[in-house]
Write a protein that binds this ligand. Sequence first.
Ligand code: LMR
Length: 329
Amino acid sequence: RRALIGGALALALAPLAAPALAADPIVLKFSHVVADDTPKGKGALKFKELAERYTDGAVKVEVYANSTLYKDKEELEALQLGAVQLLAPSLSKFGPLGVREFEVFDLPYIFDGSDALRKVTEGPVGAAFLARLDPKGIKGLAYWDNGFKVLSANAPIRSPDDLRGKKMRIQSSKVLEEQFREIKALPQVMAFSEVYQALQTGVVDGTENTVSNYYTQKVHEVQKHITLTEHGYIGYAVITNKKFWDGLPVEIRTRLDQAMGEATVYANRIAQEENDKALEAVRASGRTEIRTPTEAERKAFIKALLPVHKKMESRVGTATIKSIYEATG
Ligand code: LMR
């Protein structure tokens, strides 16, 4: 069925004008930090396939997965310098750029499931957040889903107290820092590429992530216990260098926008499925004990972590937090 849809769209696109085809292909480097076999990794490859097809090869997309081109810290700088054209950093990683709005996505238990989340990312609030990137020379193209986070350590996690005193790896977000401080754990910012080794060598005791990220980085092999808290969210903003994108020939850009739109639908459709599959694979590996919190345990986590919303008002913005409450109502 997908092939039919692709075929119909391809027909709807008029052939590219000769100059666009004659020139050397325009190369888009798409750098990211996760495996190919994740929601983001697959989304990037889908974009490549569609972008190259819809531009009849006038655009070539090179996807660099697993931090092979740039790591967390470097990639945003590389985009601003024009060394890379596409990224999809987690929304938790925009703070250092001075765009704090995205950190609202890190607030624990702010979304009651993915329907609530979509109301933000597919509505005016999400669009307004993306527009905040413009003055930084960055254009936000789309939101891509990963999913809800789980917690892990080498000892069972039944209550927030079980993380007291534990060193927990986090992404570079002040909200995530506060989240772990709130329960007396010791947050430590670290690039994604270093997580496996840090856990293996005991530099940190535990972490949080989506199950697809655990499985594809083999993190579950160095964490004996996972608890399915789903206390927070990981998703991405697909971004490009604004000057570069605005400078593309209009007919090329139109096709790339179309490819991005369809890759976004695809990525968001498979995200949950990929995480479900990863959970089954972790379970099957027998390396990690997976715990589903009881209702009482879930409530204890919510109660312990909810004060973070109030505490982060001055960082993220009271109005920003309110806009999420209202959008998800
Ligand atoms: C992380 O650093 O844990 C995640 O942001 C990685 C990713 O891109 O999903």
